[in-house]
Design a protein around this ligand. Structure first.
Ligand code: ACO
Length: 326
């Protein structure tokens, strides 16, 4: 069995910054409320000519360059997104065409904020069994296109962004050491877009009722998120026989600084070992963890041999954790 690891990372953020003060002009909110309740100060918003796939292609080129690979070296492309370019075909198909990556298996995966870790886990299986050598996994969201800028409970939280990882053969002791992923559909309507799918096709009525936008029961999700993130992080650490104090870096999904702080405290990880960019980027769902990872790699925060725990929670609900040695 081959060991899989992350060989390169890359990201692409839209240029436009939307501050809390900008949102004060749209909805009944305040910089103080958003900062105190979420830790977010600003987020990015895609320009009209940008799409999920165009940003994915930029991020993929950077990740490929870091891994010293070209698009034709790829054996598979997995795009994790809940904000695809269009319902049909997959955003992965546009990424493949844009990269010129032959005719390799390319598909989308919908697991919201846990999506990058889900994609990495799928890629790992193909690499372990020798069915693939190099897999591009992209976490990509243009959530601004699905936000209701009349709903203060959601529009202040989310941002746009894309980040990619190249998963490929690793040389021990580096590589993916342990993973665990879960889904519980019992909470499916806690975070969802009610209309625009087969259950409720788009119509004038659904648009009038604003049902094509993200709806969220944030308060209920908060408690499930903290509990699930703690449990799954602990189990992954146990699987690899690693103690929280042995970690060099903990990258949690960036949903809310208060969730991050609560999970960190419950796990007993030192504050300086936790990475957070939520104040600048907001919640970018499946792009959140790889964006943090790319910032850490390029910023020198991660060095060879570091033990890194990544844990995510999102719509579905989905949650999961992965422990890697860089
Ligand atoms: N500005 C001002 N007031 C607001 C805002 C806002 N932007 N949003 C909500 N409020 C108000 C509410 O209306 C409510 O007012 P009321 O008491 O008069 O009814 C009050 O603030 C408190 O609302 P809560 O929802 O209880 O606030 P809470 O402290 O829970 O914070 C938040 C809300 C930030 C959404 C939080 O619950 C959260 O982060 N939840 C988790 C989100 C999450 O993890 N999602 C899953 C991942 S995302 C993905 O998968 C795509």
């Amino acid at each position: 069995m081959n060991i899989a690891g992350i060989l390169g990372t890359g990201s692409a953020l839209p240029k436009k910054v939307v501050t809390n003060f900008d949102l004060e002009k749209l909805v009944d909110t305040s910089d103080q409320w958003i900062t105190e309740r979420t830790g977010i100060k600003e987020r990015r918003q895609a320009a009209p000519n940008e799409t999920t796939s165009t940003l994915c292609i930029q991020a993929a080129h950077k990740a490929l360059a870091m891994a010293n690979l070209s698009p034709t070296d790829l054996d598979m492309i997995i795009c994790s997104t809940i904000s695809p370019d269009m319902p049909l075909p997959s955003t992965a198909a546009f990424i493949q065409r844009g990269l010129g990556a032959r005719t390799v298996l390319a598909f989308d995966l919908a697991a919201a904020c846990s999506g990058f870790l889900f994609g990495m886990t799928v890629a790992e299986q193909f690499i372990r069994t020798g069915k693939a050598r190099y897999v591009l996994v992209v976490g990509a969201e243009l959530l601004s296109r699905f936000l209701d800028y009349q709903d203060r409970a959601t529009c202040v939280l989310f941002g746009d962004g894309v980040a990619a990882g190249i998963i490929g053969p690793a040389s021990p002791p580096s590589g993916i050491l342990a993973t665990e992923m879960h889904t519980d559909g019992a909470f499916a309507e806690h975070l969802y877009i009610p209309a625009g799918g087969a259950a409720k096709p788009a119509s004038c009525e659904t648009v009038r009722a604003r049902e094509h936008y993200i709806k969220m029961r944030g308060n209920e999700l908060f408690k499930v998120a903290v509990r699930s993130l703690e449990e799954v992080s602990r189990r992954v650490l146990e699987k690899a026989n690693v103690k929280p104090e042995d970690l060099d870096l903990f990258i949690p999904h960036q949903a809310n600084q208060r969730i991050t702080d609560a999970v960190r405290e419950r796990l007993g990880v030192a504050p300086e070992k936790v990475y957070s960019n939520i104040c600048r980027i907001g919640n970018t769902s499946s792009a959140s963890i790889p964006l943090c990872l790319d910032e850490c790699v390029r910023g020198g925060r991660i060095k060879k041999g570091d033990l890194i725990l990544m844990s995510a929670f999102g719509a579905g609900v989905t949650w999961g954790s992965a422990l890697i040695r860089w």
